[in-house]
Design a protein around this ligand. Structure first.
Ligand SMILES: Nc1nc2c(ncn2[C@@H]2O[C@H](COP(=O)(O)OP(=O)(O)O)[C@@H](O)[C@H]2O)c(=O)[nH]1
Ligand SMILES: [Mg+2]
Length: 255
């Protein structure tokens, strides 16, 4: 998630290991694209019906045509986590209702903010409105760090983000999503940090799912077998039938 041109599709492609998501130079109004393992592509139209789609023609979908596009791919990451590439949150034509429809399905969020205009008021305002469940496992990725050339500028930017945005996220990761052949981390600053977060959160989510699978505690009383009733009714005892051992009749006494 994030605003236009923040690097969302570039990140999706890096995670998927292919150029699946259209990386755009101009604002477009693509619907959320949900990548899943397998083959084929379809979208959910305004009437909630599934319609087959030739992914190459995704640009032809108008903003109100599709609530979400499901694109099935053969990518390693999709065996552990599905990836949703959201449209820019700053798009005035954005259909927020179709976003909200997806929220219950989302386990972790990477919010991309570009270093040159990082964490604008509009982003902060929208993030505040996100449900708590989405914010629990979330990271702010400060993209385009390769374009911040001076160390002073870098320190100043990250200090500001630390104050203004870090408390709202689980993590803040400065990243560069365009490769730099001689750089460490495969040239993509911060990418290994993103992969570690995904791995850690997947492990947590699996552990939570296992706990939920366990039989719930049941506090209803366990039924007891019925009390044994004598086969014939007991006769009432005659007085004096039972003499306590240590009590002797007053007349006789012990010799
Ligand atoms: N230099 C640099 N360019 C980036 C980075 N991330 C994205 N871009 C470029 O920003 C443009 C928009 O990226 P895109 O992924 O389409 O942004 P989206 O609108 O958030 O999906 C593309 O030209 C990308 O190559 C980055 O970390 N560094
Ligand atoms: Mg995009």
């Amino acid at each position: 998630m994030g605003e236009f041109s923040a690097g969302k599709s570039t990140l999706a492609n890096l995670l998927l290991g292919c150029s699946a998501s259209p990386v755009m130079a101009t604002p477009t109004q693509l619907p959320p694209i949900w990548y899943r393992a397998g083959q084929g592509c379809r979208y959910i139209n305004a009437d909630n019906k599934e319609v087959p789609l030739d992914f190459a023609r995704i640009n032809e979908l108008g903003p109100d045509d599709a609530k979400v596009v499901f694109s099935h791919l053969d990518a390693r990451i999709l065996n552990v986590a599905e990836v949703i590439d959201f449209p820019g949150s700053s798009d005035p034509n954005m259909n927020f209702d179709s976003w909200e429809m997806l929220f219950p399905q989302i386990d972790m969020v990477f919010w991309c903010t570009p270093a040159n205009q990082a964490w604008r008021q509009s982003e902060a305002a929208l993030w505040q409105e996100m449900p708590e469940k989405l914010r629990t496992r979330s990271a702010l990725l400060v993209t385009r760090m390769d374009q911040v050339t001076s160390e002073t500028e870098r320190m100043r930017l990250l200090r500001r983000i630390e104050c203004e945005a870090a408390p709202e996220f689980g993590s803040v990761v400065p990243v560069s999503l365009v490769g730099n052949a001689d750089g460490s981390d495969g040239g993509y600053e911060g990418l290994s940090g993103v992969l570690e977060l995904i791995q850690r959160w997947c492990t947590e989510i699996e552990a939570e799912a296992r706990m939920e699978e366990r039989a719930p505690l049941d506090f209803t009383p366990v039924p007891r077998p019925p009390a044994r009733t004598p086969s014939r009714p007991l006769r009432p005892l005659e007085p004096g039938t039972i003499v306590p051992r240590r009590v002797f009749p007053a007349s006789g006494g012990r010799s």
